[in-house]
Design a protein around this ligand. Structure first.
Ligand SMILES: *Cc1c(COP(=O)(O)O)cnc(C)c1O
Length: 397
């Protein structure tokens, strides 16, 4: 089918929540994508930080094919071997002692919110209130959109869930001032993604952890976007030398197969008991096999080092570019989660880059966001930088 006929079919039958688009992508390999009309693109967005290993990764493809030929699904009424292996590996490489599997980032955060509330209820000291940050993004279910500290996502969906409070991000004093005996959890992103690729001060998470310890509050870190090698380490929080009580993962976990997970300490895990939470699809044989293959590839010797080398190379190029372009306000981010803030609205630039064969996206009105697969090469970086320079020049920025 041509792009045009796919668009017509879309507009006739799909609820218009995503707005008009230009491309229909049909095939990928590594960091290269092709559209329905056969045009080639360099992928610097990875389906919003999902395809960290690139497209059609042989290890993940084989794992999916093999599992599909054995058993796709059986529900959690039965033990699931790939799910148990995945949980064992996730425990080995993180602070977490126990895991719960679901199908998306919103669901992982939903599970974390429910666990925190039920934990304090089980302790006999209910503390249902949760503090989150302004400009945060935690998902689109009622609980997670309430947790999301951006009024534009609440509009029209009132009444929001009770018990959520918002504080400015990267401000420990404001956080501490918002604490009452009713607050049982603090939910934060280690780096804010959708909110504009905002990197907090180096000691922010450490101070937040100290506040949580002082007031006996559960720290929930939403690593849905920052996790799985995206920011220079497998999980972003390890760079702050702290551990949360609960962590959520999704996006990059199964390299494109829908998958979410919530990991927590042994203590926090006591908040759930038989029957308190469940998911029909969560951690099913297919998504677990895909996640296990993905995680094994991310953990392969030298993989993260190579990612960090290419990140350093890309930042170097971007800083040089920023020095030559008067409309760049700031280049920020970590690893391959990068925001380039411009004085202008970046919509036209995203469009121009796409026209020229580079796929990336915005993070708020003025920030261009790069989330490439972690396997990009220096040649691909050079090509994107040259196209970026041309596009910005053509816009006379
Ligand atoms: C994308 C995202 C979510 C929501 O994930 P979905 O899979 O779209 O539900 C939650 N938190 C963060 C930080 C995200 O980037």
């Amino acid at each position: 089918m041509s792009t045009e006929s796919i668009r017509d079919l879309n507009d006739a039958h799909i609820i218009n929540t995503y707005g008009p688009r230009k491309l229909a992508l049909t095939r990928g390999e590594g960091a290269v994508l092709w559209d329905a009309d056969g045009r080639e693109y360099l992928d610097f967005f990875a389906g919003i930080a999902v395809c960290n290993l690139g497209h059609a990764h042989p290890g993940v493809t084989t794992a999916i094919q093999e599992q599909a030929g054995k058993l796709l699904h059986c529900s959690n009424l039965y033990y699931i071997e790939p799910q148990t292996k995945l949980a064992e590996l996730l425990c080995a490489v993180s602070f977490a002692d126990k895991w719960f599997f679901c199908n998306s980032g919103a669901e992982a955060n939903e599970a974390a919110i429910k666990l925190a509330r039920r934990f304090w209820s089980q302790q006999g000291t209910p503390k249902p209130e949760i503090i989150t940050a302004e400009q945060s993004f935690h998902g689109r279910t009622m609980a997670t959109v309430t947790a999301t500290g951006q009024p534009k996502y609440h509009e029209g969906f009132e009444a929001m869930l009770p018990g959520f409070h918002y504080v400015p991000y990267n401000n420990v004093a404001a956080l501490e001032a918002a604490i009452t005996p009713q607050v049982g959890a603090i939910l934060l992103e280690p780096i804010q993604g959708e909110g504009g690729v905002r990197v907090p001060d180096v000691d922010y998470l450490k101070q937040v952890r100290a506040v949580c310890d002082k007031h006996d509050i559960l720290l929930i870190l939403d690593e849905v976007q920052t996790g799985l090698g995206r920011t220079g380490t497998l999980f972003a929080h390890t760079q702050s030398g702290i551990t949360p009580d609960i962590m959520t993962l999704a996006k990059g976990l199964a390299n494109g197969v829908p998958m979410g997970a919530m990991g927590c300490t042994e203590r926090a895990a006591t908040g759930f008991s038989v029957g308190s939470h469940a998911s029909t699809f969560g951690g099913n044989p297919l998504s677990s096999a895909a996640a296990l293959a993905t995680l094994n590839a991310l953990l392969a010797p030298g993989f993260q080092d190579a990612t960090n080398e290419i990140s350093e190379y890309l930042f170097e190029k971007l800083n040089t570019f920023a020095g030559d372009c008067a409309s760049v306000v700031e280049v920020r981010g970590k690893g391959l989660m990068i925001g380039i803030e411009f004085k202008e609205t970046v919509g036209p630039l995203v469009g121009a880059l796409q026209e020229s064969g580079v796929i990336c996206g915005p993070a708020g009105p003025n920030v261009l966001r790069f989330l490439p697969p972690l396997i990009i090469t220096t040649e691909q970086v050079d090509k994107v930088m040259s196209i970026l320079t041309t596009c910005v020049g053509a816009l006379k920025w």
